[in-house]
Design a protein around this ligand. Structure first.
Ligand SMILES: [Fe+2]
Ligand SMILES: [Fe+2]
Length: 289
């Protein structure tokens, strides 16, 4: 079997369409774009958190669930590749591979749960497109970088997303959604913890490699802070799950860095949106003269 599988060759049937993150965020049905007026232009509020009270809550929650579903497939593919791509003992310890095998088992279960939840929520496979950044982060030639980028950055984001969706289920009185998210959240905390533990263990005497891995994690974190989607602010659709991140092995300082990067992305997006709105207002004004 071939090692280091390219993203273009991932097995997908005709229901799946691949797009970029920017295109995914431009999908009008998404609840993750902070440009969108969640309650209609006339009732724009500063609360953009994805809750059932949002006017676009149904489509938004369905789109997010589909995003979780394709993310679960890629997490399964990435962890599976890490079991296979590296030589046991020399390139990756056996115990690390055992953790990755356990993760495959969990992610396969999450794929099934996500398909069933999507059906329960009234959508189907392929209703939204897929971006494959998660698997791309799992293509690094260093297993430590994979664990930093996938397990710590992306599955760290999964902790934030599942926490928000669990609260969504709770507020909506949907116990199936709430319990499923809670169970998946518990697994994701374990996966992030695996990433934190292996990163520290393998790079214990190799500060240069640790630095590189943390830099890679920061790049992925920044990429997924795109447009201020996730932050402590209610203006972000997804919250930052500080307590669960702590349980997953993030230090207080590390959580603060993510909080700052996220807030910075949100503020940059607000400035950009403000400029677009102002330009539109001026254009409308001159059209009416
Ligand atoms: Fe998962
Ligand atoms: Fe996971």
């Amino acid at each position: 079997m071939r090692k280091f599988f390219p993203v273009e060759d991932l097995a997908r049937d005709s229901r799946f369409s691949k797009i970029t993150i920017a295109d995914r965020m431009a999908d009008q049905r998404t609840a993750l774009n902070v440009n969108v007026d969640a309650d209609g232009p006339s009732k724009r509020t500063n609360n953009m958190r994805l809750t059932p009270s949002r006017r676009d809550a149904s489509d938004g929650a369905r789109g997010l669930m589909h995003g979780i579903f394709v993310g679960e497939i890629q997490a399964l593919e990435g962890a599976g590749r890490t079991c296979w791509d590296f030589e046991t003992g020399t390139e990756a310890p056996f115990a690390l591979k055992l953790d990755m095998a356990r993760q495959c088992w969990d992610e396969a279960r999450h794929v099934e749960i996500s398909v069933k939840l999507s059906d329960w929520m009234g959508s189907e496979i392929g209703q939204y497109a897929e971006n494959t950044v998660l698997f791309e982060a799992a293509c690094s030639s260093d297993p430590v970088l994979r664990l930093a980028g996938v397990n710590r950055a992306l599955e760290g984001l999964a902790i934030d997303v599942f926490t928000t969706m669990k609260e969504f289920g709770d507020l909506a009185g949907d116990q199936y959604l709430e319990f499923c998210e809670d169970w998946m959240l518990a697994d994701e905390v374990t996966h992030v913890k695996m990433g934190s533990d292996w990163l520290r263990k393998i790079t214990e005497n190799d500060p240069e490699r640790r630095k590189k891995a943390l830099e890679f994690q920061n790049v992925v974190d920044k990429l997924f802070s795109y447009g201020g989607t996730r932050s402590d602010s209610q203006e972000s659709p997804i919250g930052l799950a500080r307590r669960f991140r702590e349980l997953a092995g993030f230090t207080d300082d590390e959580v603060e860095v993510i909080a700052e990067v996220s807030m910075q992305a949100l503020n940059e997006r607000k400035v950009a949106v403000g400029q677009i709105r102002e330009a539109k207002r001026l254009a409308d004004q001159s059209a009416h003269k």
